[in-house]
Design a protein around this ligand. Structure first.
Ligand code: KG4
Ligand code: ZN
Length: 342
């Protein structure tokens, strides 16, 4: 590592539908966090269209990077390293960020650090909670992933549970579409659920035999679709707020239960949450209650650091940098990159 104490990282994220760049100092202090969201474009199609995502990333990436440097009051020359998400995600989308990062690293002769997107989500907690240090247990719940991860030390992860089918956010998005709310569904379900009764309809909570930390959300999603169909057949009016609240409750209950069970068995008293669904108010409240009952410490980032952003990539890149991880110009996008792979 450099002799000077401060390490500024320019971080780039383009794995899905946000083009983002940030400057982060020592993995914890965010100087800028610029996010160009494509949500409005994809909303017209009810979900992310990969080809459109790539094209929009290309249009925005340089501008977003320049803005991140300008807002941080720094320049490429003053940056110590460049971090970039190289997987998992949409291959065409990832490639835009990876190519930009490689070009900048080559031109400015800076170290290049490829970052795993989920390790980035987890690391958002280092920004939000300056005192947080491993080991801790992290529930990662996003549009593409649902993982229970033990963060053993900086950059060292063990996945102890994951979804067998849909990710939690994906279930929110699919149910939202079924009840006529648009994309992305999570925040819309949350809003509608506030007006509903969470005990009105009993949706299933899936348990997986022999894999008590794994999740499955396709069953609850199908149960909602069946419920909507049967109401239609019987020409009964659907109370959408009750459906939203009851569905959300079923998902939250399973997420909280599995996380607390793992913490108890593993003797871990620090629990963090990460990813877009971690900004869900019902999940936060449920986890808050469960943790405070048992004296566990709970951490989650503010909503802007839960959904996709580049500051979290800058935080993860810093700890990779300290561990000596360096990539070269052969770095490629890896759409199905596994946690812990280098
Ligand atoms: O982490 P993220 O921005 O992207 C991925 O890496 O997938 O997560 C996006 C997901 C979407 O499925 C969205 O519906 C969900 O997070 N989400 C929420 C909330 N805000 C975003 N789900 C439930 N409640 C929310 N408040
Ligand atoms: Zn994400």
């Amino acid at each position: 590592m450099d002799k000077k104490k401060e390490c500024s990282i320019l971080a780039i994220e383009s794995s899905c539908d946000e083009t983002a760049a940030a400057v982060v100092v020592n993995g914890r202090r965010v100087l800028s966090n610029v996010i160009a969201s494509q949500i409005e474009i994809h909303q017209q199609y009810g979900g992310v269209v990969p080809e459109i995502a790539s094209r929009k990333h290309i249009e925005k990436i340089n501008q977003v990077i320049e803005e991140a440097l300008a807002k941080a009051g720094t320049s490429l020359q003053e940056i110590d390293a460049i971090g970039v998400t190289y997987g998992p995600g949409l291959v065409g989308a990832l490639l835009v960020g990876v190519s930009a990062a490689k070009a900048l690293a080559y031109a400015a002769k800076k170290p290049l650090i490829g970052v795993h997107h989920i390790e980035g989500h987890i690391s958002a907690n280092y920004i939000a909670h300056q005192e947080l240090e491993p080991p801790f247990l992290c529930l990662v719940v996003s549009g593409g992933h649902t993982h229970l991860v033990v963060v053993k030390e900086y950059g060292v992860y063990e996945i102890i549970g994951q979804t067998r089918d849909d990710a939690a956010g994906e279930a929110f998005d699919k149910v939202a579409r079924a009840i006529g709310l648009g994309y992305p569904g999570g925040p819309k379900i949350q809003r509608l659920a506030e007006e509903g009764n969470k005990t009105a309809i009993s949706f299933p909570r899936a348990k997986i035999e022999g894999a008590e930390y794994d999740f499955s959300f396709s069953g609850v999603k199908s149960a909602v679709l069946n419920y909507l169909n049967s109401c239609e057949m019987k020409q009964e009016e659907v109370n959408r707020a009750d459906v939203a609240a009851s569905f959300q409750e079923a998902v939250v209950e399973v997420l909280v239960e599995h996380t607390i069970r793992a913490a108890k068995r593993l003797g871990i008293r620090k629990i963090a949450m990460a990813g877009g669904v971690a900004s869900n108010a019902a999940l936060r409240a449920g986890m808050d209650l469960a943790c405070s009952r048992r004296g566990y410490q709970l951490y989650y980032p503010e909503p802007v650091l839960c959904t996709d952003n580049a500051a979290m990539i800058g935080a993860a890149a810093y700890y990779e940098y300290l561990r000596g991880v360096r990539h070269d110009s052969t770095l490629n996008a890896v759409p199905n990159l596994k946690i812990g792979e280098r």
